[in-house]
Every structure is written in C-alpha cells, then in structure tokens.
Write a protein that binds this ligand. Structure first.
Ligand code: AMP
Length: 278
C-alpha cells in the first residue's frame, strides 16, 4: 500500500488503473480507524479491483473548533490497519491540498440534511457534502463506501450523488458495534472508563423503544421512556431522539416500513450518535 498526499499523485495512480479497466472503490474516513472502518474497506475489497482509502480530518465539517482540535490522529497505526485490510492506496492530504488559498465553493444539500445532525451542527453537512464531492472527483472512484452508523450522512451523500449526476455508486455498510452494543466510533476513545461503561445505554434505549413501538406502544411514550433511560445512565444532554423515515429523514408519527430511530447525546463531554431500524 502506497501513501500519497497530493491530488496529482492520486490521479496518476488511479488513471493507470482505469486504463487497465480496473473498478476503483473509495473508503473516505477521518482516520483513528476501528473495525467499523475496516468493514467498509473489506466490502470495497470484495467488490472492486483497486481500493483507495482516504484519511482527512475535514475542518469544514466541524462546527466546534475544540472538537476538531481534539479529534484523534494516528496515521501510522491507521496505515498499518489499511494495509492489512488489503487497501491499495492511502490518500492522506494536508488541509492546504484540499482547501488551497482562494478556495470559495460550497456544496449544500437540502432535503435529508435539514434535520437532526443538520439542525444541531450548523454547516456540518455543507462541509461533508463539499469534501465528499471533492474526494469523489479526486479519486474518480466507481464505488464509494459509507457506514450506516452515520445513516443521515449516507442519505445526504446519496442525494448529493443523484442530484449532481456524479458517476459513482454509493454503497452503505452495516454499523459495527462493540460486544455491549455501543456503535464503534473514533470518539469512543475519549470516554473515561466510567463513561465508557455507561455508553451502551444509548443503543439499549433505542432497542427498547423500537421493541415497544413495534409491539404497539405509543411513539411519544416510547421515546419519552428512552430519553429518561439515557439521562438516568449518566448522559448529560440529548440533542435529539427521533423516529424518522429512513430516506427523507422527516419525522414520522407512526411506524412505517422504512422508519428508524435516531439519537445524538452527550456523555462525558463526548457527543455520541446512533440509529437503528425499527
Ligand atoms: P469517520 O472516520 O467517522 O468519518 O467515518 C468514516 C466512515 O466510516 C463513514 O462512512 C462512517 O459512517 C463509517 N463508520 C464509522 N463508524 C462505523 C461503524 N461503527 N460501523 C460502520 N461504519 C462506520
């Protein structure tokens, strides 16, 4: 596995592969990799002839400068993991390669980006949409792999790719979890031991609410009980806990086939998100 840091070097490698007729897969990440990221790489490895992973902590998608500064960076360990996962090329550009002086374009998605993460993190999805568009154009990938852990982001990317006619297939991959149910996340490393022990309560509360709604409980009551359970477990604050349609991301009052439960909550100063199918 080679590491390249410029768009020119990336394009050179990918152009040569494409000339041989290779199908290219890309796995965009912000690094501090865990098994969830490697699941995306494994799916790309299965489907594609060549796999490019990207590591870029995208300043444009952080609404909170402290979160950006504290985001874990461990490129050497990440590269070893990607190599073992069979990734062919790592693109790890410095910020000025992605956002050179004079950069003045933003991709803004409406629709599925409006609520939840979009409402609580101003500018977040503009930053995501802009960098994903750039990474797709830079890598010229045929297939791009995103995790269902960030379900809303996956729908935003699908919308963006459809609306801009980007020539890439978006592939969603299931959420990988720790044995206790906590969704794997680079941010989990920031939890102190007591908070780490409390963290699975978020997923547990979603599962309980989903089971209650499936068996006919009132949606408002089930969401209320889930909120209470999350706060009782020690979470400081809940940004949202909603039942939404899985495609439009609009809230729904009654469970339908595509409905999902979504939550974002703060524990030990760390913001955790999760979602499950109903
Ligand atoms: P990140 O590095 O957090 O930006 O995530 C990069 C990609 O990995 C995104 O498409 C995420 O949705 C995906 N991802 C992160 N955590 C998980 C997980 N626990 N299971 C599956 N995919 C994940």
């Amino acid at each position: 596995m080679r590491t390249v840091r410029t768009v020119a070097a990336l394009r050179k490698a990918v152009t040569a592969w494409k000339a041989d007729g290779a199908a290219i897969g890309v796995v965009p990440t912000m690094g501090a990799l865990h098994a969830g990221h490697l699941g995306l790489a494994a799916a790309a490895r299965r489907d594609c002839d060549r796999v490019v992973a990207t590591i870029f902590v995208n300043p444009a998608q952080f609404d909170n400068p402290e979160d950006l500064a504290r985001y874990p960076r461990r490129e050497r360990a990440d590269a070893a993991m990607l190599r073992r996962a069979g990734v062919d090329l790592l693109f790890a550009p410095p910020p000025e390669e992605v956002y050179p002086a004079g950069f003045a374009t933003t991709v803004r998605v409406g629709g599925p980006a409006a609520r939840m993460e979009g409402a609580h993190r101003p500018g977040h999805f503009d930053g995501v949409a802009t960098v994903v568009t750039k990474l797709l154009m830079m890598t010229m990938a045929d297939r791009a792999y995103f995790g269902e852990k960030d379900w809303q982001q996956l729908q935003v990317v699908r919308r963006l790719v459809a609306d801009l006619n980007l020539p890439v297939a978006v592939v969603g991959c299931p959420t990988l979890r720790e044995a206790d149910g906590l969704a794997m996340s680079s941010r989990n490393r920031r939890l102190a031991p007591a908070a780490r022990a409390a963290a699975p309560a978020l997923h547990a509360a979603l599962c309980e609410a989903a089971a209650a709604i499936r068996s006919g409980a009132d949606v408002g009551a089930a969401l209320g009980a889930a909120r209470a359970a999350i706060l009782a477990a020690g979470f400081e604050r809940i940004d949202y806990l909603d039942l939404c349609d899985g495609l439009s991301l609009e809230p729904v009052a009654a469970p339908g086939a595509a409905a999902r439960l979504f939550a974002a909550a703060w524990l030990d100063g760390v913001r955790l998100i999760d979602n499950i199918a109903l």
